[in-house]
Design a protein around this ligand. Structure first.
Ligand code: HPA
Length: 274
């Protein structure tokens, strides 16, 4: 695995020509935030399927396009639908959309997702600000020959989730009267949900929530020097914490139920970045 720089430049050129603006802020819309794009004043959109050499999202509930527009008066590029490792793409392709946003000129990246709650003080519907992550259970997206044009061989990961951005997210939440939990996000490959034993392991090593995305994107973004912020919608309590079996429909439903609160929070947060 290694990044194909030329492929990236080519895909980026295709998107840039169609963007109609050059935003400094990128947002990855995870489950439950897909509808957020409707809140934006849309400038243009580019389907992943039209971009040369670009991976496509195959998951139900995940559309696949970049949307350029304004949110709270601020220019943003949004990813409506992301690509997951469990879809069968190599990690270098999974993080290609992240890298493309960096190459487009994005400096601040907000990553959102739906996640299973491990911290027993959480409940379904909570929103968690990601303070750190555990990505040691998935292949690192930087494995392979390093391309120095993108970043250094051994990038520091001591503050993946930027403290200033976290403060802004907390301020936006308190202004909107939304409680914001904080915690550590663990990425596993999926697509099967975890077993109760795996959740006990994750709890023991300090994870607050678990999901199948985000940390790998955060690593690629930090490799390129982007500032990163992460928000998880706790769509369900993780396996074994409640006695109910997990289903994608439940995750989707919880995400839909929380969409309004999540949207208001993200809008307020983006407003603070302008
Ligand atoms: N586990 C992993 N990923 C998830 C979950 C979960 O419980 N909920 C939403 N995404």
């Amino acid at each position: 695995m290694s990044v194909n720089y030329e492929k990236l430049v080519n895909a980026c050129g295709y998107v840039r020509e169609r963007a109609g603006c050059s935003p400094k802020i990128g947002i990855v819309l995870g489950s439950g935030l897909g509808g957020f794009a409707e809140e934006a004043e849309i400038i243009s959109s580019v389907n992943y399927s039209d971009i040369p050499d670009f991976p496509r999202s195959t998951v139900e509930g995940h559309k696949g396009r970049f949307i350029f527009g304004k949110v709270s008066g601020v220019e943003v590029v949004m990813m409506q639908g992301r690509v997951h490792y469990y879809e069968g793409y190599p990690m270098e392709d999974v993080v290609m959309p992240t890298r493309l946003m960096g190459m487009l000129g994005v400096e601040t990246l907000l990553l959102t997702n739906a996640a299973g709650g491990i911290d027993r003080s959480f409940k379904a519907g909570d929103i968690m600000l990601i303070t750190d992550h555990i990505a040691a259970f998935v292949p690192n997206p930087l494995i392979g020959k390093n391309d120095d044009r993108l970043g250094v061989r051994f990038p520091d990961m001591s503050e993946v989730y930027d403290i200033t951005l976290r403060e802004k997210a907390l301020a936006a939440a308190s202004e909107h009267g939304t409680e914001l939990k904080q915690g550590i996000y663990a990425q596993l490959t999926g697509p099967s949900y975890e077993t109760p034993a795996e959740i006990r392991m994750l709890e023991t090593i300090g994870a607050s929530a678990v999901g199948m995305s985000t940390a790998c994107e955060a690593i690629a973004a930090r490799h390129m020097g982007l500032k990163v912020c992460g928000l998880s919608l706790i769509s369900n309590m993780a396996a074994g914490i409640n006695s109910t079996p997990l289903s994608h429909e439940e995750v989707q439903q919880a995400a839909d139920d929380a969409a309004e609160r999540f949207t208001a929070l993200v809008k307020g947060f983006i407003g603070k970045l302008g």
